[in-house]
Design a binder for this molecule. Structure first.
Ligand code: SAH
Length: 477
C-alpha cells in the first residue's frame, strides 16, 4: 500500500470499531478513521501505519452519512464514553444488529446467524438510563477542583458533571463534593506524582426506590477526608422534600455515603461507611435487591427487566430443575429463576456480592438457592467432580472476557439440556458459542438488548440446546 504519515487519501467508511472509530477498507488494508461514522466519505490524513491496518483522521468530508445526527452532548468527541452519539438511534440499532451477526458468523462459525438473531430490543428514550457512574476530579486552570476530563494533550480540565446517559441527580451531587473539596482543601489525586486524595466518585441510584449511594474512592487514609460530617450534611440537604417526608417514597434521596480506599496501583480496598446502611435497595419485577458499592448490578434498569424476562423465558423452567447461575453477581437471576426451579446454585467471585446475594434471598423469602463465593472455573468443576451436582439448566453471565475454559469444559461434561448465555461482548460470546457447539450444543436463538444506547456495546441473551433436544417452548419478550 505504501502510505506514509500525513499522506492524504479518499475513503468510504463502512463499519465502526469498538473504540468508536469509523472503519474503511482500501485494497484489503484496514483504516481506522477518527470522528467518522459508517456512510461518510472523507479525505483522510494518515496518522499511523501498521502491517495490515492504519490510523487516520478525517480532514475533509466529501459526503456526510445520512445516519448522522448532531450529538446531544457538547463533549461527545472528547469524553469517549459514548461512541455512537453522532448516529441516529435507529441506525445505532442497525449497526449493532450487523455487528452481532458478523461476530457470530466470523468467530462463532454460526452460518445461520441471520435467522437466529432477533431484532434488537431498543429503548423508547435512549438517554438518562445509567444507574451507576464514576466521575473523576481534576484542577481547573484557576486551581479549583472540578469534575470532568482533561482536554486532549493538555492539562486543562473541562468541567462536565452532567453526563446525559446518567441520572439527573449526579450533577448537583458532584457540585456539593467539589465545593467540599475546595472548602477543606482536599485535592484531586494526581497519578503523575501520586499526590492528592480523591481519585473518583461513584454515584449509584436505585431507579425504583430513589435510593442514592455516593462513594468517594480515595488514596491515603480515611482521615484525609476532613470534616466528613459537613459533606454528609450538605449531601443530604440536597433533597429536602424527602427529608421532610413530603413526597413519594421513591423520590431521589441520599441513602448512603461511603468511602473506599485504593492502593497505589488503584486496586479497590476496604469500604468505610460514613452515612446510612452502606448499600442501596432496588427492585426488578417482584424481587427486591440490596446492592453494595463493590457489587455488580446491571446499569440500565428498564432494559434489565426485559433482559431478565428473556432469560426466564429461555430457561423455560417447569419447577423440577436444578439450575446453575454462573457469574451471578448479587443473585438477581438466581432469585428470579428460583421461583420456578427446584434448586438454584449461584457462583460469584466478589465476596461482598455473595453477601448481598445471600441477604437478597433472605429478604425475598427464597430458600431454594445457595451461593458459592469463588471463581466459576474452579467452583463448578469441583462441585461437579466431587459432589456430583448436576444441572438441567445453566445460566452464564460472564464479564467481557467471557467464560473460563474450565467452566465450559465442565458444562459440556455435565450435559445440561439448556444453556442460557448472557453476554455483553459479542466477540467472546461467539468464541464460547463455538466451544459449546463443538461440545454438542446448538445455538437456537439470540436476543440482542440495547443496554447501552449511544455506546458501541450491546448485550445478548442466547439459548443453546443440547443437540437433539427439542425447543418446544415459545420465547416471549
Ligand atoms: N448475573 C448478574 C451479574 C453479571 S456481571 C446480574 O445480572 O446482575 C458478571 C459477574 O461475574 C460480576 O458480578 C463479576 O464480579 C463476576 N465474575 C467475574 N469473574 C468471575 C469468575 N471468574 N467467576 C465467578 N464470577 C466472576
Amino acid at each position: 500500500m505504501g502510505r506514509k504519515i500525513d499522506d492524504h487519501f479518499i475513503i468510504k467508511i463502512e463499519d465502526m470499531s469498538d473504540r468508536g472509530e469509523g472503519i474503511g477498507r482500501d485494497n484489503g488494508f484496514i483504516w481506522f478513521v477518527r470522528d467518522t461514522v459508517p456512510g461518510d466519505v472523507v479525505e483522510a490524513a494518515v496518522t499511523g501505519v501498521k502491517k495490515t491496518y492504519g490510523h487516520a483522521v478525517a480532514v475533509h468530508f466529501l459526503l456526510h452519512s445520512p445516519d448522522r445526527v448532531e450529538p446531544f452532548c457538547p463533549y461527545f468527541s472528547h469524553c469517549g464514553g459514548c461512541q455512537l452519539q453522532a448516529i441516529d438511534y435507529l441506525s445505532q440499532l442497525r449497526l449493532k444488529d450487523e455487528m452481532v451477526k458478523n461476530q457470530l458468523k466470523r468467530i462463532g462459525a454460526v452460518a445461520n446467524a441471520d435467522e437466529l438473531v432477533r431484532p434488537v430490543l431498543g429503548m423508547d428514550n435512549p438517554w438518562r438510563y445509567r444507574n451507576n457512574e464514576q466521575f473523576f476530579p481534576g484542577l481547573e486552570e484557576n486551581g479549583r477542583p472540578a469534575f470532568g476530563f482533561y482536554a486532549e494533550r493538555t492539562h486543562r480540565m473541562i468541567r462536565q458533571d452532567d453526563c446525559l446517559v446518567g441520572a439527573q441527580e449526579n450533577s448537583p451531587i458532584l457540585r456539593v463534593i467539589q465545593k467540599y473539596m475546595e472548602d477543606y482543601n482536599i485535592r484531586p489525586y494526581d497519578e503523575n506524582d501520586q499526590s492528592g486524595t480523591v481519585n473518583r466518585v461513584q454515584i449509584r441510584k436505585g431507579f425504583a426506590t430513589g435510593d442514592i449511594l455516593v462513594c468517594l474512592k480515595i488514596h491515603g487514609h480515611i482521615s484525609d477526608l476532613k470534616e466528613p460530617q459537613v459533606l454528609i450534611d450538605r449531601l443530604t440537604a440536597l433533597f429536602p422534600d424527602y427529608q421532610s417526608g413530603m413526597c413519594a417514597p421513591d423520590e431521589p434521596h441520599i441513602e448512603s455515603v461511603c468511602c473506599q480506599i485504593l492502593d497505589t496501583k488503584g486496586a479497590e480496598g476496604a469500604v468505610v461507611n460514613l452515612y446510612g446502611p452502606g448499600f442501596i435497595t432496588e427492585k426488578t419485577g417482584h424481587i427486591t435487591y440490596r446492592i453494595s458499592p463493590a457489587s455488580f448490578f446491571q446499569v440500565n434498569p428498564s432494559q434489565t427487566e426485559r433482559l431478565y424476562k428473556t432469560v426466564l423465558s429461555m430457561a423455560a423452567l417447569g419447577g423440577s430443575e436444578t439450575v446453575w447461575d454462573l457469574y451471578c453477581g448479587i443473585g438477581t437471576i438466581s432469585l428470579l429463576l428460583a421461583k420456578s426451579a427446584k434448586q438454584v446454585y449461584g457462583v460469584e467471585i466478589v465476596p461482598q456480592a455473595v453477601n448481598d446475594a445471600r441477604e437478597n434471598a433472605r429478604l425475598n423469602g427464597i430458600e431454594n438457592v445457595s451461593f458459592f463465593a469463588g471463581k466459576a472455573e474452579q467452583i463448578l468443576p469441583r462441585q461437579y467432580e466431587k459432589n456430583r451436582i448436576f444441572a438441567d439448566v445453566t445460566v452464564l453471565d460472564p464479564p467481557r472476557k467471557g467464560c473460563g475454559k474450565a467452566c465450559l469444559d465442565t458444562i459440556i461434561k455435565m450435559r445440561p439440556s439448556r444453556i442460557v448465555y448472557v453476554s455483553c461482548d459479542a466477540a467472546t460470546l461467539s468464541r464460547d458459542v463455538k466451544i459449546l457447539s463443538e461440545g454438542g450444543y446448538e445455538l437456537k436463538q439470540v436476543q440482542p438488548i440495547d443496554m447501552f444506547p449511544q455506546t458501541i456495546h450491546i448485550e445478548n441473551v442466547c439459548l443453546l440446546l443440547r443437540s437433539g433436544e427439542k425447543d418446544d417452548h415459545d420465547t416471549v419478550t
